[in-house]
Design a protein around this ligand. Structure first.
Ligand SMILES: [Zn+2]
Length: 407
C-alpha cells in the first residue's frame, strides 16, 4: 500500500471553509484534552506523557477525533505523522491544516511522488518540492518499502534503494535539514516461503501482498546492503531508520550500524515483537548504549473513517480494533519498556505467536526514548509563521511556481 494513494478526503475537505471547520474541530479536541485530566493509562507511571514519533493519521474529522481519544487515554501528548502525502496533494494540504491547529502537538513527514522516476534528473527535480516542505514546516521525507519492492521503471525493473537517481535527493535533504525516514525491506520472514511453517503465517494470510518470496524480489540482505550504501554516500544527511533499521532480527547488526553512522537514528515502531525475542539483558544494554539515538514509535494507524490498525494487521472486517484495543496496544508498550516482567504479550499479536521479556529501562533512558530524542530531532524548529493551505491548489491550476532548477 502506498500512503500517498490512500487519500480518504471527500471533496468537502478540499474547500477553504472545510479546512476552517477541520481546524475548529481540532482546536475543540485540544481544548477538551487540556480541560479534562487524561484517564490513567492501564500501566500508569510517571513517564507519561509520551511523544509517539511514528503514527499515521488520515486527516479527517473522524480520524482526528479517534486518534485524540486514544492518545488522551494512553498518555500520548505529541505525535509525528509519517504519511502527510506528496506536496500539493489533498492529503498534504489537509495534514498541514491539522498541524497548524494542533501546533506543537504535531509534526509531519511528507512522501514523494515517484512519477518521473525514469528521468535521470529525478532527484534534482525534487528540489522545489523539498524546499516547499521546508517552508511548510514538514520535518522530512518518508520513504516506504515500495522503493526496492514495488516501484518499477518502464522496463519492468524494480528501482533499488541505492539508485543513483536519488543521490541528489538525499544530498538536498541534508542541505535543507530534512530528515529521511526510511522503511526498507520488511520482516525477514516475509522473504521466506509463505507457508504454514512461516512464523508470520497469520499475518501473511491476511496480507498476501506482504510476501516478497521468489519472483524478482531482492533478498532482505540485498535491500539492507543497498540502503547502507546510501548511508555511506550521504554522511551529511540525517536518516531516521524506522522499524529498528528494518533489522530487529539482528540486534548486533543494528548496534554496529549506529556505531558506524553518527547520522543515523532508529525507532521501535511495530517491532516490539521482534525486539523482545532477544534476551532482555542484551536488549536493555543496546537501549542504554544508544540512549540518545532511539525514538519511541508505535505505528498506530487511524484511517479517515476512524478505523484503526495497531502496528500491523490488515483490515479484517470482523475484528477491527476498537478504542480499548488501541489503549491496550499502548499499554503493552509501556509494560515492555518499563517493567522487568517475563513472557508477556507483545503489542501486536498477529505479528507472531510468541511472548516477550520486558526490558525495564532506567528512568533517565526512558525519558530520552519516550520524549527527549524525538523532541530534539523532530520538534527542534517552530512551525512557520505564514501558512496558506490554498497555495498548493493555486499551484495546480497556474503555471509552475519555480523556474528551471539550477544544476
Ligand atoms: Zn508506519
Amino acid at each position: 500500500m502506498r500512503w500517498s494513494d490512500s487519500v480518504h478526503l471527500p471533496a468537502f475537505f478540499r474547500a477553504p471553509a472545510a479546512l476552517a471547520l477541520l481546524a475548529l474541530v481540532a482546536v475543540v479536541g485540544c481544548r477538551g484534552a487540556e480541560r479534562s485530566a487524561p484517564e490513567p493509562a492501564p500501566a500508569a507511571s510517571s513517564f507519561r506523557p509520551v511523544l509517539d514519533s511514528h503514527v499515521h493519521i488520515t486527516p479527517s474529522m473522524v480520524g482526528l477525533a479517534t486518534a485524540l481519544q486514544v492518545f488522551e487515554r494512553s498518555g500520548v501528548d505529541r505525535f509525528v505523522v509519517k504519511s502527510a502525502g506528496a506536496v500539493g496533494s489533498p492529503r498534504y494540504r489537509a495534514t498541514l491544516a491539522l498541524q497548524r491547529v494542533l501546533g506543537d502537538r504535531m509534526r509531519a513527514f511528507a512522501v514523494l511522488d515517484w512519477d518521473g522516476i525514469e528521468d535521470p534528473a529525478f532527484g534534482r527535480k525534487q528540489l522545489p518540492n523539498l524546499e516547499r516542505m521546508r517552508r511548510d514546516g514538514i520535518v522530512g521525507i518518508k520513504i516506504f518499502k515500495n522503493l526496492g519492492l514495488g516501484l518499477r521503471t518502464a522496463d519492468g525493473k524494480l528501482v533499488p534503494p541505492d539508485d543513483p537517481r536519488l543521490d541528489e535527493l538525499f544530498a538536498a535533504c541534508g542541505r535543507l535539514g530534512l530528515i529521511v525516514a526510511w522503511h526498507v525491506a520488511d520482516p525477514v520472514a516475509f522473504f521466506e516461503a509463505p507457508t504454514p511453517d512461516n512464523e508470520r503465517w497469520d499475518e501473511l494470510q491476511l496480507a498476501p501482498g506482504w510476501s516478497f518470496h521468489g519472483g524478482d524480489f531482492p533478498s532482505h540482505d540485498e535491500l539492507i546492503a543497498a540502503r547502507d550504501r546510501v548511508l555511506e554516500r550521504h554522511p551529511g544527511t540525517t536518516f531516521l531508520l524506522i522499524h529498528l533499521a528494518n533489522y530487529p532480527e539482528k540486534l548486533d547488526y543494528v548496534d554496529r550500524l549506529l556505531d558506524t553512522h553518527p547520522n543515523v537514528y532508529v525507532d521501535t515502531s511495530a517491532r516490539v515483537p521482534e525486539i523482545g525475542r532477544h534476551p532482555a539483558d542484551q536488549v536493555r544494554a543496546f537501549f542504554v548504549k544508544h540512549q540518545d539515538r532511539i525514538l519511541f514509535g508505535s505505528d498506530f494507524i487511524v484511517e479517515g473513517d476512524g478505523s484503526m490498525q495497531l502496528g500491523s494487521a490488515w483490515h479484517v472486517p470482523d475484528v477491527l480494533p476498537g478504542l480499548d484495543d488501541a489503549v491496550e496496544f499502548y499499554a503493552r508498550h509501556w509494560r515492555f519498556f518499563e517493567t522487568t516482567e517475563r513472557q508477556i504479550d507483545h503489542p501486536t499479536p498477529i505479528q507472531g505467536r510468541w511472548k516477550v521479556d520486558a526490558i525495564g529501562l532506567p528512568p533517565e533512558v526512558l525519558r530520552k526514548f519516550y520524549v527527549v530524542n524525538a523532541e530534539r530531532l523532530l520538534f527542534r524548529e517552530p512551525l512557520p509563521a505564514v501558512f496558506d493551505p490554498l497555495e498548493g491548489m493555486v499551484l495546480r491550476r497556474g503555471p509552475p511556481q519555480h523556474g528551471p532548477v539550477e544544476p
